[in-house]
Design a protein around this ligand. Structure first.
Ligand code: CP
Length: 314
């Protein structure tokens, strides 16, 4: 693997999942692979899991890690040809090349603004690092995708499935803030690559991007969608059609134990209790959320291992 900026960068999903599960059994099996290599992690937005799990993964491979909260550094300019006479101080053309001198891998988190669909879909921050950096890039959640989370979810489902083709339901939930579609997008893309029976359920006006959903079944009736589910992944996202808007706050979409039945419950975290899912769901033995967060480390470690092995070859 050269870089990991989208689900489609995965060369062989089954191999990667099993590599991550193997790393989980013995996290220090490649403790020298990253010796004298540095991971620079750039955060344009907040994080708990991604920051700590990716750092832990890199350190288990012997890497040095440097973290920069970019909003505390110089304000970057991403547009080409701009006369920089307002608030931006440094152009990405210099910044990405400079950071590449300190890093062997750069990881970037940059959320969408959720104001202008076309602008967010250009993925200008992530794509600018891909364009101007001279080292591999890892996407730690961008405007439209969260591939590290999706890999984690694939690992978790693989570990917990009890049948060859489990039924997996992605169910929307209410939330007071407008959130990106990134987690849902990458989850759908990842599940489409797996041996699962996937369906997505959400209120009208919350359809995800058609290019991502493709032929995946969409059921607007949550109760119907949840029938016989083995895994229920609950997540809020703001409207894609009415871009970035909150069109619905109907708490009848909140996940309850009665609706969940015996299915395993999944969420990427952070989660708003008793709004996205009830206490009973989150505190139940069928909740996988803490284990998912643990698997973030092994997903990141498998990805970094593949990138470091590729760097060794080049
Ligand atoms: N799931 C996830 O990406 O968590 P953080 O936002 O805390 O990194």
């Amino acid at each position: 693997m050269k870089s990991y900026t989208k689900v489609s960068d995965i060369l062989n999903l089954s191999n990667l999942i099993h590599q991550a599960i193997d790393i989980k059994q013995n996290p220090f099996q490649n403790a020298e692979l990253g010796k004298h290599k540095t991971l620079v992690m750039l955060f344009f937005n907040s994080s708990l899991r991604t920051r700590l799990s990716t750092e832990k993964a890199a350190r288990s491979l012997g890497m040095e890690v440097m973290v920069l909260n970019v909003n505390e550094a110089w304000q970057l300019e991403f547009q080409d040809g701009t006369k920089m006479n307002t608030h931006t101080t440094e152009h990405i053309k210099e910044a990405a090349k400079v950071i590449s001198q300190y890093a062997d891998i750069i990881a970037v988190r940059a959320f969408p603004k959720l104001k202008d669909k076309l602008e967010d879909e250009t993925e200008i921050v992530l794509k600018s690092f891909i364009k101007y950096a001279t080292v591999p890039i890892i996407n730690m959640e961008s405007a439209t995708a969260h591939p590290l989370q999706a890999l984690t979810d694939a690992i978790t489902i693989t570990e917990h499935k009890t049948q060859k083709k489990p039924k997996v339901v992605l169910s929307w939930a209410p939330h007071p803030k407008a959130l990106p579609q990134s987690v849902a997008n990458s989850f759908v893309e990842m599940m489409q690559l797996m041996q699962v029976d996937l369906c997505v359920t959400h209120p009208k006006d919350y359809d995800l991007k058609p290019d991502i959903v493709k032929n995946t079944e969409v059921i607007y009736d949550q109760e119907k969608a949840l029938k016989n589910a083995d895994f229920v992944y609950v997540k809020n996202w703001s409207s894609y059609k009415f871009y970035g808007e909150i069109r619905n706050q109907d708490e009848s979409w909140t996940m309850t134990k009665a609706k969940l039945g015996n299915a395993k419950f999944m969420h990427c975290l952070p989660v708003r209790r008793n709004l996205v899912a009830s206490d009973e769901v989150l505190d139940h033995k069928n909740s996988l959320v803490v284990e998912q967060a643990n698997n973030r480390t092994y997903a990141a470690q498998a990805v970094i291992t593949q990138i470091l092995n590729r760097l060794k070859k080049d």
